[in-house]
Write a protein that binds this ligand. Structure first.
Ligand code: MSP
Length: 645
């Protein structure tokens, strides 16, 4: 039933530069849970997701495969869509930045900003790293190498358009001050304030060195550069800049943008500044969630020792189990580690034991003692009052947590009720009541109460586990109309002579040993495939003497702070087992100082010193260049000073 209010929620639009993985699924499942929760409450929901398809990286990937960029993205976008279907994502729209209406709207937006003097023509100069799509200064590109990924850089100078981002610093700070909830969680807001206080540069919004992008229609050798193209999807998908802008009028401003923590900056600095320049309303909130980490703190899905392919996981354990795990195991907003073991434990304990057993015991007893239909005659017991009042208070707690995106806490509240029900069975001992005919009315009340609790549970878990919710309702014979949000707080809604229908187990218990062995086999065959792929690539060989020239040691990060003049560099104070030394590292887009302090890393200790943005740097730390960002290699178990060879 409609409550007359609207709710607009978005996910980031994903780069279709590789396979959609469990990390991407995390953002999308969370947004889906919120969208379903709001629909349950009667909101008119608009849930948007999509893909961010332009840029040089895509152009190069396509060229490597000998196909056009559009052919390349078409293939991957299909895989994203299939994965969302598999995960029961209920998005109302899916935008591709190659959609014609988006391209036209971006051209219009660019022109409006240019005509208003918010965009001007200038020159971009510097050392350019193609894979990172970034320019660097002389000081940053030491030895003509990219400070982020270490690859060769080349000098490039190009005419470019710039957006006057720098003039919005004060307005942005005021926005955060006047709207304390705009950036969430709180810690991310403090990072953004610090970032702006260091001073904002104008933002390059066009490029001429590649062509896979939206042409600037009044200066066609330029294509619109990444973020202006990407961020505007949130309004163009609603029809802004198109003939029919009724959705824009209805749904904008968005209630919340869900984004990963590394792109909070783009959404809370660049995006509001663009909207301010256009004179449009700002989104109400940006929520920066944490990362799902795999294996040794790796953000990507290629993890050692764990099967993490979402398609394989769903086929083995079911979609709802994966959705439940993602929302329950990792408090939204913080990072969390995925392992097969933790997933299997959650399935066995929470889903098979607690929830699955509760349903199957309840329905089995109703079939056994009452041939599937609870008699109307019931006798209340004192113990029932506590169960009923707990059920009521759980709904309030659940709602408070869900409203604040605390999915894990919301679920833990629901599980309090489930555990209480299981205890209620032990306390009331229906098998004893069933032995004495005079107690049949008491037995009927106990089993009815359990069905009422299961009905409430099925409503509350429906945004997270949609199919399980329906299956519970089917087995306890609860018609759809009794499972509305408005009945979540009501007691005694199910018919007095309820008829149940036993079905199969919700979540069969997993034999841990057998399962881990089977997963091992999957991993081995994945490794074999990877090895074959690698062997098919040409590898440049070096002599052992070449490698021996590089001195690698373990060092501990004692202190870390941003370098004021640089957007990318962090200044690290490292203890290398003998003394402290300073190293500048181009990783500030990927890590906050707090995430690095106290970690042990691999240091190239015999690199010639170099001055980077005014900081004398004595060495380099090792990081991996992954498709979705740079990851420092942490080796916390190794003592500082240990030589690595
Ligand atoms: N295209 C940009 C976003 C533009 S939004 C206007 C982008 N794409 S991305 O594909 O690299 O990342 C999309 C989202 O996926 C980000 O929010 C990112 O944090 C999220 N994730 C990718 N891997 C992840 C994990 N391992 N864990 C959680 N989320 C992660 O950035």
């Amino acid at each position: 039933m409609s409550n007359g209010q609207k709710y607009y929620i978005t996910t980031p639009i994903y780069y279709p530069s590789g396979k959609a993985h469990l990390g991407h699924s995390y953002s999308t499942v969370a947004a889906d849970v919120m969208a379903r929760y709001k629909r349950l409450q009667g909101y008119d929901v608009m849930f948007l997701t999509g893909t961010d398809e332009h840029g040089q990286k895509i152009e190069l990937n396509a060229a490597k495969e000998g196909i056009s960029p559009k052919e390349y993205v078409d293939k991957i976008v299909e895989e994203f869509k299939k994965l969302w279907e598999l995960l029961e994502i209920s998005n109302d729209k899916f935008i591709r930045t190659t959609d014609k209406f988006h391209e036209k709207a971006v051209q219009k937006i660019f022109k409006i900003l240019y005509d208003k003097g918010e965009i001007y023509k200038g020159k971009y100069k510097g050392w350019y790293c193609t894979p990172c799509e970034s320019f660097f200064t002389d000081a940053q590109a030491v030895g003509k190498k990219c400070p982020d990924c270490g690859r060769n850089v080349k000098w490039e100078e190009e005419e470019a358009y710039f957006f006057k981002l720098s003039k919005y610093a004060d307005k942005l700070l005021k926005l955060y001050k006047d709207n304390p909830g705009f950036i969430q969680p709180e810690a991310r807001k403090n990072e953004m304030i610090k970032f702006i206080e260091q001073g904002l540069d104008d933002l390059c919004v066009s490029r001429t060195s590649f062509s896979w992008g939206i042409p600037v229609d009044f200066d066609t050798k330029h294509v619109v550069y990444v973020w202006l193209d990407a961020l505007t999807n949130y309004i163009t998908a609603m029809g802004f800049g198109s003939e029919d802008d009724s959705n824009y009028k209805k749904y904008w401003p968005a209630d919340v943008h869900f984004v990963g923590k590394e792109i909070v900056r783009f959404h809370t600095v660049i995006w509001p500044a663009i909207l301010m320049a256009l004179g449009l309303p700002l989104p109400k909130q940006v929520y920066g969630h944490g990362w799902l980490l795999f294996g040794n703190g790796d953000k990507m899905s290629k993890s050692k020792g764990n099967v993490v392919d979402p398609v394989i996981l769903c086929s083995r354990y079911g979609v709802d189990a994966i959705r439940y795990f993602l929302m329950r195991d990792i408090p939204f907003g913080t990072d969390g580690i995925f392992t097969n073991e933790s997933l299997i434990k959650r399935i066995n304990f929470d889903l098979a034991n607690d929830l699955g057993n509760l349903l199957s015991r309840t329905v089995t007893m109703i079939e056994k003692y009452f041939e599937g239909v609870i008699p109307e005659e019931k006798r209340e017991g004192n113990i029932d009052i506590e169960l009923i009042s707990l059920a009521r208070s759980i709904v309030n707690d659940y709602e408070n947590n869900m409203n604040n995106f605390k999915f894990s806490s919301a679920l833990s509240k629901v599980w309090l009720l489930i555990s209480r029900c299981n205890k209620y069975i032990d306390e009331t001992m229906p098998w004893e009541l069933g032995k004495i005919p005079e107690n049949k009315d008491r037995l009927a009340a106990v089993l009815y109460n359990l069905c009422e609790c299961l009905r409430i549970v099925s409503i509350l878990i429906s945004p997270i586990m949609p199919s399980t919710s329906v299956e519970i309702q089917k087995q306890i014979g609860a018609k759809k109309e009794f499972c509305n949000w408005k009945f979540a707080r009501e007691w005694g809604i199910l018919p007095k002579n309820l008829k149940v229908l036993k079905g199969s187990a919700l979540f069969p218990r997993i034999d841990v040993e057998k399962e881990i062995a089977e997963l091992e086999d999957i991993l081995n065959s994945q490794k074999e495939n990877q090895k074959n792929d690698e062997e098919n690539n040409i590898i440049k060989l070096i002599d052992i003497e070449d490698f021996a020239k590089v001195e690698l040691i373990c060092a501990k990060i004692k202190e870390c702070e941003p370098i004021k003049k640089s957007k990318k560099l962090l200044k690290l104070t490292l203890y290398d087992g003998k003394s402290d030394r300073t190293v500048a590292s181009g990783i500030s887009n990927y890590y906050t100082p707090e995430e690095l302090i106290g970690k042990n890393i691999i240091l190239v200790s015999n690199l010639k010193p170099a001055k980077l943005c005014g900081v004398e740097s004595y060495g380099m730390i090792l990081a991996a260049d992954c498709p979705d960002g740079v990851k420092v290699i942490f080796i916390d178990e190794i003592p500082p000073g240990s030589k690595i060879r």
